[in-house]
Design a protein around this ligand. Sequence first.
Ligand code: SF4
Length: 99
Amino acid sequence: MFEQGDWRVNAACRDQNPDQLFVRGAEQRKARMVCFGCPVRTECLSEALDNKIEFGVWGGMTERERRALLRRRPDVRNWRELLEAARREYVDFDEYQVS
Ligand code: SF4
């Protein structure tokens, strides 16, 4: 279960200059590289999607990618729940593969 509000303390970008994530256009694709190893990527992305945050890189997605996702899935009312369920399924699947 997500711990509301405290995920930022584990952010991979915690010590980065915020200006590096809040860049424009193609620079966002470079900026998001830090996200790919971030332990709170799911929390970060769901926060941006649930709150329709339009600016910057969140959860490894650029503004443009998030807008496209929101357009494709207007049915989703709670991204946090959806992404959490997907993560649980992935972990369960991964454990199944190992055993
Ligand atoms: S996913 Fe990216 S923007 Fe979000 S907390 Fe992690 S490093 Fe920062």
